[in-house]
Structure formats: C-alpha cells, structure tokens
Design a binder for this molecule. Structure first.
Ligand code: ZN
Length: 261
C-alpha cells in the first residue's frame, strides 16, 4: 500500500460514507478559449461592433454553451478564457495560458475585416506544416513549457513533438467548426479551412485553431454580427464542434504528459 492509499484509508476509517481515492478519479477535459485582441488592441473595426468586444462576448457565450453540452453528456469539462475583460495580452501570453493549464484544445476567436469592406463569410485557420516545423524553432529558448524534471532544452524538443502530433486533431476541429458554422450561416459564406502561421497558434502545444466568425466591417454582415441572437447561435455552433472533437480526441493529461523519465 502506498502512502497515498494508506492516508486515504486512515481518513476513510475516520469519516465513512465519503468517496475516497481508490475510486478512479476522472480528470476534467480542458478547453481554453482566447477572445482575440482586447485592451489597446481593438482588432478589426466594425461600425457597430469592435472585434475585441465581439470576441469576448462570443467566448463567454461559448463557455455557457459548452457547460450545458458537457452537463447533458455527463462530461467533466473545465473551460477557461485567456481574458475576461477588456485587457491587453500578447499572443505568447495567450498560448502560455493554454499550455500552463494543460488544455486539450485551444480556440482563438476572431472577427475579420477587408480593405474593400466587401468581403464576408467565416473561415478557420490551422498552422501550416512549415510553420509547425520551422517557425516554432524561433520560439524556442527559455520559452518552453515548464515541465517538472526536465531542462528547458528537453522541454523545447517535447514541445515540438507535441505540436507536430496535434496538427491532425487541429484540422479535424477546424473542419467541425466550419461544418457547424455552415449550419448557422449558410454554405455560401464558407471560406473553408485555411493554413497560416498565426503566432497565437504557434506557441500552443495542444490542437489549436483560430476561428474568424465573419467580417465585422461588411455593411450587412457587420450588423448581423452585432446581434446577440446571432452571437449565441455562432457560439452554440463552435461549442458543438468542440464537443465533437473532445469526444473523438485522446485525453491529454496536462503539460507534463511527455515528461522525461
Ligand atoms: Zn483578429
């Protein structure tokens, strides 16, 4: 009997009727939502809604929807936001939050804008393979995910391995988001899953996507995106996609999952 079991057996004998440590404890799945921009960085400027306000409203709504879906499925789920207020954060701070919380999925929420103000529609980004392999190297150094019992150098290598292994899951999640958004916004607005070297995704060691829900500066779409009813529908769609992916993806156990032995 190890010390933990011994300790729990002793406590159990003092206080019967409570569940103790020999029952398997299911760790909650973890999702980190990142409301894009914030504080001094307003993001795209719509006439009715600023991107930074839209993303925060969406993140809060997605949190509510996820809680309801998780409850219905009996899934233990922890959802956290990189910011809960109109706050300035660097891109690296956002992915660091996801890494330190040991998130299963990282979803950065954004609204779009175009020079012509004529573009509309929704798209979801994953990293390019070149970005995963190449630019990730530039983020190395003392910025590796802290892992107990490893050096920063080993942590950097483990970060790279995990980042590569997560790309299929990120692509699945991106496809699911586009599919769900199509149900709400129609197939005509589907700009597809795209690849780019978004820096907010580069720092993340779990499957990470960036969702552009629509163009805030388009005369009609901008007006629609300012409506709370549509925001709720978009949030519900994104939450459904996240739940689908959580149900299909392997469980992660946090930032030490590849800790050196
Ligand atoms: Zn943005």
């Amino acid at each position: 009997m190890n010390t933990l079991l011994l300790a729990s057996a002793v406590v159990a004998s003092l206080a019967p009727g409570i569940a103790w440590a020999d029952e398997p404890v299911v760790a909650p799945r973890k999702v980190v939502l990142d409301p894009g921009h914030g504080g001094s960085n307003a993001g795209a400027l719509g006439s009715l809604v600023l991107e930074k306000n839209l993303t925060l409203a969406l993140a809060e709504l997605v949190t509510t929807e996820l809680a309801e879906l998780a409850k219905a499925e009996g899934l233990a789920l922890e959802v956290s936001l990189t910011r809960r207020a109109d706050q300035t954060l660097t891109l690296r701070q956002r992915s660091d939050i996801a890494n330190l919380r040991g998130a299963d999925l990282f979803v950065s929420l954004h609204g779009n804008a175009s020079v012509s103000r004529a573009q509309r529609g929704f798209e979801t980004y994953v990293l390019t393979p070149a970005a995963v392999e190449g630019i990730a190297l530039a983020l190395r150094g003392d910025q590796a995910t802290p892992r107990p019992g490893t050096t920063p150098q080993i942590s950097s290598v483990l970060d790279d391995i995990e980042r590569g292994a997560t790309q299929w899951e990120a692509a699945d999640l991106a496809v699911a988001v586009q599919r769900e958004l199509r149900q709400v916004r129609g197939a005509a607005g589907d700009r597809g899953v795209r690849q780019d070297a978004h820096h907010v995704l580069l720092g993340a060691t779990m499957p990470a996507i960036l969702v552009e829900v629509g163009f805030v500066d388009h005369p009609q779409e901008g007006r629609e995106l300012a409506e709370p009813a549509l925001q709720r529908e978009l949030a519900r769609a994104i939450a459904r996609a996240i739940m689908t992916q959580l149900n299909e993806s392997p469980r992660r156990s946090g930032p030490t999952k590849l800790a050196a032995r």
